[in-house]
Each structure stands twice: as C-alpha cells, then as structure tokens.
Design a protein around this ligand. Structure first.
Ligand SMILES: [Zn+2]
Length: 696
C-alpha cells in the first residue's frame, strides 16, 4: 500500500520537475550565504509528509520542501552512519573515501570536506552531532572550528540510550554557536533520534503510541524546526539549508528491522530537501539524487569551486546522473559476504553470492528478482560495478575495540580492524562467503540478542548467543559477543571458554584478544590478562581501549608509571574518553602529582557529568589537602548521583568523623556494611567503625 502511493507520487512529481528544472539554478547564485546542513539519522523518505506519508507529523521538513526543491528519489550509498556521513561531507562514495563501516575506520586526513573547503573560504564552521558513532576520533572533525560531540559515554552494560543525546540538546548547542557568528557560517547538525531504540519523549510518545519510530521522526522534525528558526534569525535570507538522512530503516521489509544488513530501497531511500536564495520554491526533482551530490550542489550554489575527482555532481545543474552505487560491508563483520549494488536507470543489481536484479520502476518494493530471466543485463551492471570499484580504498582502520562496547549498545557489532590485503581477500573471497539473505535468521537472532541484553533480559540474550555459536562455531563475532555477555553477567570463566581458542580461530583479531584480557582480569588472572592485552595492542596499536585496560592492569600491579603512559596513549587516540581521563587522574594522584590529577578529574567530569568517579577522586584530593568541607560537599554530590557508591559513603563517613560528626559517620558505615562489599573494602569499613565506636 505504502509503496503504491509513493510510486504514484513519483510520476506526478516527475512531470512537475521537468518544468521546475529550468528555474532551479539562480542567476546570481548565493555567494557568501551561510549553510545549514541537517542530517536526520535513519529517516525513511516514506515517513515524511512531503513524500506522501499519512498519519505522520513532519510540518517543518514539509514546509522547507515547499520553500525549496525536494528530490523525490534520493539515495544513500551505504546504510551505515559513519560511512554515509563521510560521503555526504566529502562528495565521495565509500570505495573512494575508504570509510566502510562504523567504528572500524577513520575518515582520511588528506581528503577535503565541506568543512575544510568552506573554512578555507572564510566560513566559521561548527558541527553538532547526536551520537557516539560520529565522535571526533573517526576523523570527520577536521575543518570544523567547533566539533560538539559531547555525548556522555556510560560504562559497559549501561542503557543503550546513554550513547546518544536528544535532538534538543544538539539543537541548543548549535543555536548558541550560530547566534555568536558575525559572518557566514557552516553549521552541520546531526539528529540521531529516529535511530533505534525508538523512545520518543512526551508528547510524541503518547501521540504516537504503538508507533514509536514515527514518534521519534515527529520529535526530530520538531527539533529541525527550532534549528531552522534560529539559523534564519541569524542569517536571514542568506541561508542555504540542506536537510537529508544518512539512510532509511528496514521496519521489517525484507526481514530487516533496522539497517545495515541489506541494501534494499527501504534503507537506501532518504528525504533530501535544499532551500535557499535563488532556489525555486516547491520544486520537485525525480532523481535519482545521491547523498554524494550534496557537497557539489552546495558548493556550486555558493560559487565555490569543488575539488576534482568527486563522485557526486551538482544536482541543480543539468540532468541528474542516472547511475548509482551502494554497498554494505557490515555483513562481512560477521564473516558473511558484503553486498554491493549498481543501479542504471530503473534497473538495480545487488551483487551477492546469488545476485539479484530488480526493476525499481515497476517493482519499487524489490520483490521480483529478474536475474534468472535477464542474465545479460545482470552481467552488464556487474561490469559497471567492477569498473566503478576497481580503484577502491579502505582507510587505515581507526579500529573498533572500546568502540565495540559502545557500538554494541547502539545496536552494531564491531568488526576487527582490516589489515593489509584483507580488503582484496574479503572481496575476492566474498563469493565463497555466505550470502546475507541465506543467513537472515541468524542475523535476526543476533540483533534480538543485542537488544535483549540492552533491555536487561540477560538470560534470553545468553541463550540466543549460545545457540548462534552452536550454529556457526567458527564465527568469532558470535563468540566475542557471547563472551562479553557472560563477562557482564559476572561469569568470567565461562566467558573465557566461550571465546574458544583464539590462537587457532582468529589469531589476528585484536578485539578477541582484548575480550580475553578483560575476561582474564575478571577471572583473577591479571598476569595473563596483561599478556593478552599486549597482544591486542601489537595487532591494533590504534585501538584506545586496550591501552586504557592495560593501564588499569598495570596500576593494579603497582606499576603506576607504566600505567600512566598507557592511559596517555588511550587519551591520545580517543580524547573524549572520560574513563581514560579518570584513570589518568588516579595514576597522577598515586604519584603525588595532585594539581595535574585535579585537572584530569575535572576533564573526566566535564566529559561525563553524571559519572561519580571523578568527583570522588576530587574529594579524595580535597581530603589530602586538608579541605574537609570541600571534600564533604564532593562526596555528597557523588552520593546524590549514585547512592550505592560504597567507597564514597566510606569517604564521607571518614570526613564526618574528622569533623566530629560521629553519629552520622557511624550510621553511614553501618549502611555500607549492609551492601555486598568486596572483602578488602569490608575490612576497612569494619576497622573504621571499630575505631569510631571505641574498644568493645
Ligand atoms: Zn545512521
């Protein structure tokens, strides 16, 4: 039903576009205009009113469409957030910028982006992102004066919601920055809200009860409206606004709930609207338009020369290019075949171990595979695909380790860094790897296990992961996930067993060695853990988390100087890592470098305002400096954030005792003893309590 109405809209729009096309390019261009680029993550075109959706609420995007040009069929080239944003910001398709998956790759340091180009033309540049997947460590911050990626990271096992931030927080930060700009600016605002898990705030939660995805879309549109209003207030009529999504969402089409596994239209088709000075109001273009076209279109409209060799081209000039590329290498992170696609006119090839061919015009839902009947066209498209990708690159892996924890929380599984010739091996051997459509049930189970654990349904997650390892015993991604889930459930020995013989199964998998190191530590085998973590670092020296964890292990063995060096490595690779900053502070405090320690605790606290650890550390420093009132206040703040924090309760009791508030101190200590404690802490509490109560 939905598909039919979209198709009908396309044909009507195509007629309108033929007329509108004549007027799209302004005579004078929009030289010096400010640019607002808004990417709404995971927004399907057919969930937007402008694109024919009913029972949704997207008034701001609809209104922008009526003030500018909307592209009826805009296509993402990759249904993954970091690779797709790399394309939007560079005008290059993934084979040419080299960012092929989330968490595993880093945008190359020598490629121009919208930010580097406009900054060189005197623009102020600011980016405001809503999710950890776009953290500065993945390389997109270059060229931005301000890159606001303050997304509070929670320790592993925390709620999935805590690795993203609400659209209003992103918009608030962007609004303040824009208001302070005296001249032309580029502001990129990334709204993550429609991405799973779907949890719209009130009143959208109630209004869209039972349809939380649509509720998130309505909320994102509300945030877009606030952003547009603020930008227009600042830039007036000299504002060029481009709004699009990085990819769609499966919503159960083709058996895919979310995105990243397949490359059907459900996850590739996105809304794309451009409005601003000199752009015809209410124009429609049939497309296909590509997300790679956004950068060249903006630059052409501003009269700024685009770099050579781009895949994208100016959408407002001439006929749209009729060929499009798409890919997902995500299945390869699970050991299965990657997928690529080539589209020419209405024909679309999905190159898989068993290829598929669709006629999008007559079959927009991609339900009838034509490849058996039309082998020549299948071959023709495959040859075009091979020609397009012959010079492809993969950037040095930024790498996934610690990322894996957090990306898992977002619903992604990390993949091991791709080294040396792995790309060619991966692609050449893909014909022998399993076709994603043949392992769809495994993927669905795997996704369900990830979400079950995120919901706190640990038993269900473990049962599913065990079944998956039974199904594919050589699948290291399944084993890593099972081991991590067991470890988080406190079953470190079982985690080690689940991981299996890494030396034989995946000797080059840094993530597996890191997982083993973590499980070994929790099983009380710190010495072996150091060795495993050192192996992970040898394999992938650019992964931050093994350095951080190695530091923790070394500090636990009294090697504070070596630990400090490891924490410094982690911070160099991942400057927003609050846990590494807190660990660094602890090491500095242990070395008596108190001023530096205080500075590091404050950095950690700024990066993770709800994390009680840095405040507890500052409290201990205050005690050491003899400032008991300050210490008491800090420990009180810690306990407001986390009433079950036993060390802080003990610390506050100590401060109260020193200040002579004995009844309160005694009461706190008894309270601590009621909670489950590790034996060393329990001994300290009993000793202190005995001291306060006097000899028995
Ligand atoms: Zn995304």
């Amino acid at each position: 039903m939905r598909r039919r109405s979209v198709h009908a809209l396309l044909s009507v729009a195509a007629a309108a576009a033929a007329i509108a096309a004549l007027y799209l390019r302004p005579a004078a261009g929009a030289r010096g205009a400010s640019v607002l680029l808004v990417t709404i993550d995971t927004l399907r075109a057919d969930r937007v009113g402008l694109y024919g959706a009913r029972d949704v609420r997207t008034p701001n995007l609809d209104a922008l469409g009526s003030r500018g040009v909307a592209f009826e069929e805009a296509l993402s080239s990759v249904p993954l957030t970091l690779p797709s944003h790399s394309t939007i910001l560079s005008g290059l398709e993934p084979p040419h910028h080299g960012v092929r998956d989330n968490g595993t790759y880093m945008f190359p340091s020598d490629r121009p982006t919208l930010a580097t180009i406009l900054k060189a033309h005197g623009y102020a540049t600011g980016a405001f992102v809503g999710a950890y997947v776009l953290d500065r460590r993945f390389g997109l911050a270059r060229g931005f004066d301000v890159y606001d990626d303050r997304i509070e990271r929670r320790s592993e096992g925390a709620s999935v919601l805590e690795s993203e931030r609400r659209g209003e927080a992103v918009v608030e930060s962007a609004t303040a920055w824009i208001a302070a700009q005296p001249g032309p600016f580029l502001a990129w605002v990334h709204l993550y809200d429609p991405h799973a898990p779907y949890d719209p705030p009130s009143p959208y939660r109630e209004e869209f009860a039972g349809r939380p995805y649509d509720g998130e879309v309505a909320y994102a549109d509300f945030c877009l409206g606030r952003r547009l209003a603020a930008a227009e207030a600042r830039a007036g009529k000299k504002l060029l606004a481009a709004v699009l999504s990085d990819h769609g969402e499966g919503l159960d089409e083709h058996g895919e709930k979310t995105h990243g596994f397949f490359i059907y239209q459900s996850t590739l088709r996105v809304p794309l609207v451009i409005a601003g000075p000199g752009i015809s109001r209410g124009a429609r273009r049939p497309g296909p338009a590509r997300t790679a076209d956004v950068l060249p279109t903006i630059l052409a409209h501003l009269g700024v020369a685009a770099p050579g060799g781009l895949d994208g081209s100016d959408l407002l000039a001439g006929a749209p290019r009729r060929e499009t590329y798409a890919e997902t290498l995500y299945p390869a992170s699970l050991g299965w075949s990657p997928l690529r696609s080539w589209r020419a006119g209405s024909l679309k090839l999905i190159d898989a171990p068993r290829p598929e061919l669709y006629d999008i015009a007559s079959d927009p839902g991609e339900t009838r595979d034509l490849s058996p009947q039309r082998p020549q066209e299948t071959d023709r498209l495959r040859r075009a695909l091979v020609a397009f990708t012959k010079d492809e690159t993969m950037t040095a892996a930024a790498v996934p380790a610690e990322v894996a924890e957090r990306l898992r929380a977002l619903g992604y599984v990390g993949s091991a860094p791709v080294a040396g010739d792995s790309l060619s091996r991966l692609l050449i051997h893909s014909a022998r790897a399993k076709d994603p459509k043949d392992v769809l049930p495994l993927w669905q189970s795997f996704e369900e296990a990830i979400w079950a654990e995120a919901r706190g349904d640990r038993d269900s997650a473990l049962a599913t992961l065990r079944a998956l390892v039974g199904e594919e015993p050589a699948n290291v991604a399944f084993r890593r996930s099972l081991a991590a889930a067991l470890r988080r459930a406190g079953r470190a020995r079982q985690a080690l067993a689940a991981l299996g013989p890494i030396e034989r199964l995946a000797p080059g998998d840094a993530l597996a060695w890191h997982e083993r190191a973590t499980a070994l530590e929790e099983a009380g085998r710190g010495g072996d853990a150091v060795q495993a973590e050192e192996q992970a670092i040898r394999l992938a020296p650019d992964l931050p988390e093994p350095h951080n964890h190695l530091g923790v292990l070394l500090a636990g063995r009294g090697r504070i100087d070596a630990a400090l060096a490891a924490f410094d490595d982690a911070i160099r690779l991942d400057p927003n890592n609050a846990r590494a900053w807190n660990n660094r502070a602890n090491a500095l405090r242990a070395l008596g470098r108190r001023d530096e320690a205080a500075e590091a605790y404050r950095t950690a606290s700024r990066l993770a305002p709800r994390d009680p650890d840095p405040l507890n550390g500052l409290g201990v420093l205050a005690v050491e400096a003899g400032d008991l009132p300050a210490a008491g206040s800090l420990f009180t703040q810690v306990l407001e954030r986390d009433p079950g924090y036993s060390e802080a309760t003990l610390n506050l009791a100590y401060v109260e005792a020193r200040q002579g508030h004995m009844p309160s101190a005694r009461q706190r200590l008894r309270q601590v003893l009621r909670a489950p404690l590790d034996p060393a802490l329990s001994r300290r509490v009993r000793a202190l309590l005995q001291e306060l109560e006097g000899p028995p």
